[in-house]
Structures are given as C-alpha cells and as structure tokens.
Design a protein around this ligand. Structure first.
Ligand code: ADP
Length: 493
C-alpha cells in the first residue's frame, strides 16, 4: 500500500541545515521511515499554463520527496495572500490582521486545483492521500472532482478558532464545505475540533453525529491527534550536542549566569513582544537578578514580504534595544537576540544549556519547541518550561509553569520562579512531562492518524456502496496500514 503526503513546505534531510517550522520538523523523520512519497512546493515558480506539472523527485529514506514548481501567476495570491494574510491570521484568532485582495481566493483555489492535477501522477489503486495544513483546505475537493475515490485525510497544524472568527475569512462557507471532501479531518486539540464542528453545524447547517459530518461528499470524521516529536532521538542529540563548538562557546560566555531560551519563527502568534516585556518586567521587579540571568531569544524571520511580519520585526528589534539599553551594563546584556536558523543538533544543545525554556505564544496549534525543550534536558538537572496556556502543548504538558501570555506581570513572576526552582521540583515536573512526550511521539501520531483514516474511509465505502456509481469507483476495499517503501510512479518530470 502506498501513502502520499502533501504539504506546502517540505524538509530535506540534511543534518546541518535548519528546519524551521513544526510541520517539516515533525514529518521528516516519520516520512523517512514510512516509505511514503512526500509532495510539496519546490519553492520555485513557473510561468505557463501548467498542464504538465513539473516535479523533481529525490529519495527520502525509504520513500521519496517530490518537489513541484507552483504556477507563477497564482503563487503570490495563494501563499502571501489567501493562505498567510487571510487564513493564518483568522486561524490564530487575529482577524484584525486579515488583508486580502479579491484575486487571492481565486489564486488559492487555482493552486489547490493545480496540486490535485499533479497528485494524479502519484495515484495508484491502493494510494491514500494525507494532506497537511491550511494551505490546502480545498485540495481534497479538487481530488474528488477529478474522480479520486481513494482515502483522503487532512491534518490541521494550526488552531481552529471560535466560529465567528472564521466568518471573517472571505468565501469561508464555500471553502469549509470543500473540506468535507476529506474522509478524516484531524486537529491538534479538543477545542479546535469542537470549534470546527460548531462552525459546520451553525454556518453550514449540516448534520453531525459522534463527530462525523454528513455532507454531499459523504461522511467526514473529525478527531484529535496531538502531534509529537521523536523524543529519544532529540534527547540523544541534545546530550551529544553539549560538546558542539557553538554550544560550548555559549556556555563559556555565560560566566555562571543562568540562561532562559526562546526559539520561534518571527510570527505575531508567538507572543514575542509580550515575552520581551515580561523579561524586562522581571528585571524591574527583581533587580538582584541582573547579571545572574539572561535571555537568548532566537527569532527566525519568516514571511518577510507580508507587512504584519516586517512591522513585527522592526518592533521587536526596537524593543530589545530598549530593554538592553535600560538594564545592560558594559559587560552584561540581559537579552541576546538572534535572527537566524540553527541546525536541530545545535538547537538541541542550546535548549539543554538553558535553565528555563520560555514558550509563550498568544495562540499556537501545538508548539513543538515546547516539546523539544523538555526532551533536550539533562535528566539529572533538568530546566523548567514556562508555557503559554494557549499553546496546544499545554494540554499535555500540565506540569510546566503555565502562564497567560497577555498578563505581563504574571509571566515575569513565572520566569523568576523558574530560575529559582529547586532541583527536586524541577525533576518531578520534568519527569511528568517526559512521560507525556513518550506516550505521544511523532511516530505514534503518524500511526494513529493512518489507522483512523483507514477506518474513516472504510465506513465511507459502506455508505458509498448504497450508491452504485460511487461504489464502482472505489478501487480498494480497505486501506491496510502497512506501508511498503515504493518509488514506483515517482519519476515524474
Ligand atoms: P511553527 O510550526 O509555528 O513554526 P513549532 O514550535 O510547532 O512552530 O515548530 C517550530 C519548529 O521549527 C521546531 O521544530 C523548531 O526546532 C524549529 N525552529 C524554530 N526556530 C528555529 C531556528 N531558529 N533554527 C532552527 N530551527 C528552528
């Protein structure tokens, strides 16, 4: 049986390259092992009608990676436009930041339709498609329009907001109705799943029973699959990385100070301004902490052509300068602020060096950085995670110091408490979090979703068998979980 995974961005398995973005980081190791074909954007665009989508295919572990050039005429409207200036802000409950032109939705649909045509090359009777994230909400419907009856699942890596917020997205009804072409729709948390179902019920007026929506496409099951990381691998990487030159240099430069670390894409959902303000406030409230603690904030620029992102970058740079100017001394600065990426190995070593991990998004689907920070700790002397209660990870990591990222004083107190926490309490909290991480690895997430997709399609097939035309188009009776490495059909140009 074969699995085709689709996402906008794909990752390449080069150990020393940064892998910024939770989706790519989580998918890479499981896809490498599964033998699946991973299809995504090459990052390049092409002129022309794209009747013949162009894909470069390379080996990826037991499977393959297929990189598509997306249509030049629609890329901007699709990526910077509808996906990242309408859907992303809405999904993160920031409808105030929605900025779209009326062509953007059209471009988004065109790119989804283009991807569907490209995927036909990879389809075999036993193929299951697994579509990732908000870039491709309507891809399943496009595949169904092309006659595809194979199982198609979808997983959303971001949150799903309260019903009224999605109503601010242009064409929201048409788009969300198209999502019901998926056999299975996966979310990070119960809240996300409930919000989606509440939208479907009230805006689309559709029938829902036991989280299964019935629409003109048949049945679509909604369920929760919290994404995880490869815990043991990350822990090992972190232990080894202690001797990496970048990590040793950081340790030497601390002169005995304790470090807090923040690692994020430079995105307004990450609560970076509030975090810097909280660190500032902590130093005001606890002047004795000066020269004994500092914050390393790594903020990798992303989506820089979008105004909300370039504004945030300027605002943060100004704020960090102000805080350093206010508290800094000739031989000590409270904040080290870096706008670059690091390899997973170095990152793991940096996390382990830090006594405190500060992960304080305003709203986040999961936030894998929180999980990585925990996995990277030294079991004999673990650090403390300060975690926003609005990160998906907070559902599992209940023994972190949970904070409200809108409450600056509360965050300041939590960071100070994390620096002061005695070893026994740090260990108790950390061990409980590690148990959670081990129970919900990336591999487990992959297996759980795959099994649920098989079940969801099987029950849809039963429904389809009542309809002779649809039943004839169903080529496989069920979709066995076992995924065999296969590159046949992958040589597409
Ligand atoms: P998002 O997917 O919104 O970016 P997550 O916290 O879920 O947020 O995932 C971020 C991923 O990107 C993590 O795997 C993290 O290690 C990686 N990452 C973030 N910043 C950097 C960086 N500066 N260098 C390398 N990797 C990074």
């Amino acid at each position: 049986m074969s699995l085709v995974v689709v996402s906008n961005r794909v990752a390449r398995a080069r150990a020393n390259e940064p892998l910024t973005g939770g989706l790519a980081a989580a998918l890479l190791p499981v896809i490498e092992k599964s033998g699946a074909i991973w299809v995504g954007s090459s990052g390049r665009v092409r002129d022309g009608s794209h009747k013949e989508p162009f894909a470069e295919v390379e080996a990826l572990g037991a499977g393959a990676l297929a990189l598509l050039d997306l249509p030049a005429a629609h890329y901007g409207g699709y990526y910077e436009g509808f996906a990242n200036s309408a859907l992303w802000p809405a999904l993160h409950s920031r409808s105030d930041l929605i900025r779209v032109s009326h062509h953007d939705y059209q471009s988004y649909r065109e790119v989804n339709a283009f991807m569907a045509r490209a995927l036909m090359r990879f389809r075999k009777p036993d193929t299951a498609f697994w579509i990732q994230d908000y870039h491709f909400l309507s891809l399943g419907a496009e595949l169904r329009d092309l006659g595809v009856r194979n199982p198609i699942g979808f997983f959303l890596h971001t949150p799903w907001p309260a019903r009224a917020i999605m109503g601010a997205v242009p064409h929201h009804r048409e788009l969300i109705e198209a999502m019901l072409a998926y056999d299975l729709i996966g979310f990070q948390t119960d809240d996300d799943c409930e919000n989606f179902l509440s939208y479907v019920q009230s805006e689309l007026g559709l029938k829902i029973q036991d989280s299964v929506v019935t629409s003109r496409y048949g049945k679509s099951r909604c369920a929760v699959f919290p994404i995880g990381i490869d815990v043991e691998k990350f822990a090992l990487q972190a232990a080894k990385a202690s001797s990496h030159p970048d990590v040793s240099r950081l340790r030497r430069s601390l002169n005995g100070e304790q470090l807090a670390i923040g690692v994020d894409r430079l995105d307004y959902s990450k609560g970076l301004v509030n975090r810097i303000n909280a660190f500032d406030r902590m130093l005001v409230l606890n002047p004795a902490l000066k020269r004994t603690v500092s914050l390393l904030q790594i903020a990798t620029p992303s989506r820089g052509t979008i105004e909300a992102y370039s504004n945030l970058k300027s605002e943060l740079a100004r704020l960090v300068t102000e805080v350093n100017g206010r508290h800094g001394e000739t031989d000590w600065m409270p904040i080290r602020y870096l706008n670059r990426g690091y390899s997973q190995t170095v990152l793991a070593g940096l996390y382990r060096t830090a006594r405190v991990g500060v992960v304080t998004p305003l709203h986040d689907g999961m936030n894998l950085v929180a999980k990585e920070y925990v996995a990277a700790q030294n079991p004999a002397d673990p650090g403390v995670l300060v975690l926003s209660k609005f990160a998906g990870a907070a559902n599992e990591l209940q023994t972190a110091l949970l904070v409200n990222p809108h409450e600056i004083d509360g965050m300041a107190r939590a960071i100070a408490a994390a620096f002061a926490m005695p070893l026994t309490e740090r260990r108790t909290r950390w061990e409980a979090m590690m148990r959670k991480l081990r129970a919900g690895t990336a591999q487990q997430w992959f297996t759980d979703f795959s099994e649920a997709l098989e079940d969801a399609r099987a029950s849809n097939e039963k429904t389809a068998s009542n309809c002779p035309a649809a039943a004839a188009a169903v080529t496989s009776k069920s979709w066995p979980l076992h995924l065999v490495g296969s590159r046949s059909g992958a040589g597409v140009h």
